[in-house]
Write a protein that binds this ligand. Structure first.
Ligand code: AMP
Ligand code: ZN
Length: 461
C-alpha cells in the first residue's frame, strides 16, 4: 500500500508502527453549525482510507475529535453557557447523522475538547516548563515558534521567515503570517460564561510529588492544542496516520506537530494525509464564502446521500473537485444503474478473486477510487463472467469499500437517523429518560431500533 505523505511531499510505502494495527487520528468538525458537503468530502475520504486499511488486514484504532470549544462556537452562542452547550450538542448529533447516511463508519473513539480541559492544561504547563511557551501579561499562553527548529516543514514555509515576537490570538490565520500562536486564551468579555479554571493534578518536577491546580487562570484552550492533547492521550506519542482537509496543513497541523514534538520529544505522526477541496465555481466551498450546500440541501433536490458518496468516489481525494448539480446527477444515474442491475439479477454465486485483487490494487495505490470504480464497471460489462459471480463480487465490494447501499431495499430517512444519533448521545450521558422518549418517537414513526455493542445501533422497518 502506498499513500502520498504531505510531510515528505511524495508517495511512500505504508508501514505501521505495530504490525497489523494502525493508529489514526482525524480532525473532526467544529460543531457551531451544520457541516457542508465540502466537510463531508473530508470524512468520506477518511472512510475510504479506513476501509482500505481494513481489507489489507489492519485493525484500525481511529480517534476523531469534536471541536466543541473555539472562537466560532463561542461567537455563535454569544458566550451564553446554556446556548453553547445546546448548540454544540445539536450540531454534533446532526454531524453523526450525516456520516451515518453516507455509510461512513464511526471512529473507535470520539474525543470532545471540553472533556479534555485538565489534560490540555497539564500539557500547556509542560510546554511552559520546557520553555517552548510563554505567558503574556493578560494571562494567555503562547507557543514560541522560533524555539521549535522544524517549524514550517509540513507546510513548506518559505525560508521559515518568522517575525520574532509576532503573535496571533485567533484560531485561524494564513500562511503568509506565521507567528507565535495561542495555547491558552485568557478570558475576555466576549467569552461571557465560557471559561474554565483548570484544576489538573501536575507532577512537581524534581520532588516526586504532585500539586493540584495549574498556573493557568480563567480562560479556554486554543484550537490546535486540543488535537495535540487528544491524539497523544488517546493513541500515544507517535501515531501512524493523521488526516484532514488541505486547509488544515497550516496553521493547524503545523502547530500540532510543534506542540506535540516539543512536549514528548518524539515524532508525532508518520503519515500525514490531506484531501483536496470541494469547490463551487472554482472557489473552496466554505461557510465564510457562503457558497456551500449541506446534505439536507441535496436531499431536498431529490438526491440520496449515497449519490453524493458515489460522486466523491468518482474523483481522486487529492484532486480539486468542482461541485455541480450535473455532476451529482451523473453520479445518481451511475449508482441507480448499478442498483437496477443488482435488483434485476438476484442470483447467487462465488465472488471473483482476480477482479477483487485488481479492485484492491487501485485502492492500495494512494486510494485511486476513480480507477476502482472503472473496475466495477468492467466487471458489470464483462460478458464472460456469470451473473452470480458479478453479484457476489459487487456485494463484497459494496460491503467492504464502496458503501453505496447497492443492495439496500429501503433507505432510512434522515429524521430517523437524527433521532437515533440524539438518543446515542443521551445514552452515553446516561440520560435514560430522554433516550426512552427518543426511542418512542422512532417507534411511532414506524421504525425500530436495536442497540449493539459500543453504542452502535441498528435501525430496521
Ligand atoms: P472544520 O469544521 O472547518 O474544521 O472542517 C472539517 C473538515 O472539513 C476539515 O478536515 C477541513 O479541512 C475539511 N474541509 C473544509 N472545507 C472543505 C472543502 N471545501 N472541501 C473539502 N474539505 C473541506
Ligand atoms: Zn485537529
Amino acid at each position: 500500500m502506498k499513500f502520498y505523505n504531505t510531510l515528505n511531499h511524495k508517495e511512500e510505502e505504508f508501514k505501521s508502527i505495530t504490525s497489523g494495527e494502525v493508529k489514526m487520528y482525524t480532525c473532526g468538525p467544529t460543531v457551531y453549525d451544520t457541516v457542508h458537503i465540502g466537510n463531508l468530502r473530508a470524512y468520506t475520504f477518511n472512510d475510504l482510507l479506513k476501509r482500505t486499511l481494513s481489507v489489507n488486514g489492519y485493525k484500525v484504532l481511529h480517534v476523531m475529535n469534536i471541536t466543541d470549544v473555539d472562537d466560532k462556537t463561542i461567537k455563535r452562542s454569544g458566550g451564553e453557557k446554556e446556548k453553547f452547550q445546546a448548540l454544540t450538542k445539536e450540531y454534533e448529533a446532526k454531524f453523526w447523522s450525516d456520516l451515518k447516511e453516507l455509510n461512513i463508519l464511526p471512529p473507535t473513539k470520539i474525543t470532545r475538547a471540553t472533556q479534555y480541559i485538565d489534560k490540555i492544561a497539564s500539557f500547556i504547563e509542560e510546554l511552559l516548563r520546557k520553555d517552548f511557551a510563554y505567558k503574556t501579561s493578560d494571562g494567555s499562553v503562547y507557543f514560541s515558534i522560533a524555539k521549535f527548529k522544524n517549524y514550517g516543514q509540513l507546510s513548506q514555509l518559505q525560508n521559515r521567515e518568522l517575525k520574532p515576537g509576532a503573535r496571533v490570538t485567533q484560531d485561524e490565520y494564513d500562511k503568509e503570517n506565521p507567528a507565535d500562536f495561542v495555547l491558552w486564551k485568557a478570558w475576555d468579555e466576549d467569552d461571557g460564561e465560557i471559561f474554565w479554571h483548570p484544576s489538573a493534578t501536575l507532577p512537581q518536577h524534581g520532588s516526586g510529588q504532585v500539586r493540584t491546580g495549574t498556573s493557568l487562570g480563567k480562560g479556554r484552550p486554543g484550537w490546535s492544542i486540543e488535537c495535540s492533547v487528544m491524539s497523544t492521550d488517546s493513541l500515544g506519542d507517535t501515531i501512524d496516520i493523521h488526516t484532514g482537509g488541505i486547509d488544515l496543513v497550516f496553521p493547524h497541523h503545523e502547530n500540532e506537530i510543534a506542540q506535540s514534538e516539543a512536549e514528548t520529544g518524539h515524532r508525532f505522526v508518520n503519515f500525514w494525509l490531506h484531501n483536496e477541496h470541494l469547490l463551487v465555481d472554482g472557489r473552496k466551498m466554505s461557510k465564510s464564502l457562503k457558497n456551500f450546500y449541506t446534505l439536507a440541501d441535496i436531499k431536498e433536490k431529490g438526491f440520496s446521500a449515497l449519490d453524493f458518496r458515489y460522486l466523491m468516489l468518482s474523483s481522486h481525494y487529492r484532486s480539486k473537485l468542482n461541485f455541480t448539480w450535473e455532476g451529482l446527477e451523473a453520479a445518481r444515474n451511475a449508482r441507480e444503474k448499478l442498483k437496477r442491475f443488482i435488483a434485476e439479477n438476484q442470483v447467487e454465486g462465488e465472488y471473483c478473486k482476480v477482479c477483487t485483487k485488481k479492485f484492491y490494487s487501485k485502492l492500495n495505490d494512494d486510494l485511486m477510487t476513480p480507477e476502482a470504480l472503472a473496475v466495477v464497471w468492467e466487471l458489470v460489462k464483462d460478458e464472460k463472467k456469470s451473473i452470480g459471480k458479478k453479484i457476489a463480487t459487487l456485494k463484497k465490494w459494496d460491503e467492504e469499500i464502496l458503501g453505496l447501499g447497492l443492495f439496500d431495499k429501503f433507505e432510512i430517512p434522515a429524521e430517523i437517523i437524527e433521532l437515533a444519533e440524539k438518543r446515542k448521545i443521551a445514552r452515553v450521558e446516561k440520560d435514560f429518560e430522554l433516550s426512552d422518549k427518543l426511542r418512542t418517537e422512532i417507534l411511532n414513526s414506524g421504525w425500530s431500533i436495536e442497540d449493539l455493542e459500543n453504542n452502535q445501533y441498528k435501525i430496521t422497518k
